[in-house]
Design a protein around this ligand. Sequence first.
Ligand code: GTP
Ligand code: MG
Length: 241
Amino acid sequence: MAERALVVVPTYNEATNLPGLVPQILAQDARLEILVVDDNSPDGTGRIADGLAAGQGSRVHVLHRPGKAGLGTAYLAGFRWALERGYDYVLEMDADFSHDPAHLKQFLKAIADADLVLGSRYLHGKVTVVNWPIARLLLSYFANVYARLVTGLRIWDLTGGFKCFRRRALETIDLDSVHSNGYAFQIEMTFRAWRKKLKLAEIPIVFVDRTEGHSKMSRAIVREAIWTVPRLRLMAWFGRI
Ligand SMILES: Nc1nc2c(ncn2[C@@H]2O[C@H](COP(=O)(O)OP(=O)(O)OP(=O)(O)O)[C@@H](O)[C@H]2O)c(=O)[nH]1
Ligand SMILES: [Mg+2]
């Protein structure tokens, strides 16, 4: 049977971005389908997603959740949806055009030789971020230095959200025990994949700050990331991961 890849796109108030994004994703590769996971966005993103699904035949799907419950649980719901339906690859991607759909082909190429491919904004120390204020860039960069030092993972970008999992990777990781929800979710998934001896690969991506809609970054998300890193390390120490 032909290979199928599902791009999981979590949305919260992305009405200005989603209609442009969906056709661009589908145009990259015939194997690609999309699952929009919308948390009852007040701006009507969910209805827009339904319209796009109706117009794109069977390649666009929508999962509606009753309210804003965070990025991590949105992805976990998307991963389970994909596993139940037999997809070979599952990708994570933001709806705000920070992640260029043109990179999707590179992910599909790289996953042929890996279990998890990470899109990296800091590969070998080279910064490929466009239009972020310097304070935001420094926060992200040093968050990654911190996460790398504490976890011992030799990965340049642990907090990025543009990634591709081989089905086997999602089957191997114990999804029920993942409980971080913001940027920490990205670190936790990659850490768990590494602990399971899955093969990780990093490819360079150019990350562009959103021009439409609003950031959902918060202090709580940063705090969660700060605590999650040593928690993961300790759990690994005690053989819990
Ligand atoms: N379903 C769902 N999607 C979310 C939630 N929070 C953020 N998103 C979406 O997840 C993607 C990435 O969001 P964030 O990592 O919070 O980043 P952002 O809001 O784009 O902010 P920046 O980090 O400044 O780019 C975007 O497509 C958001 O719409 C949530 O609670 N539920
Ligand atoms: Mg964003």
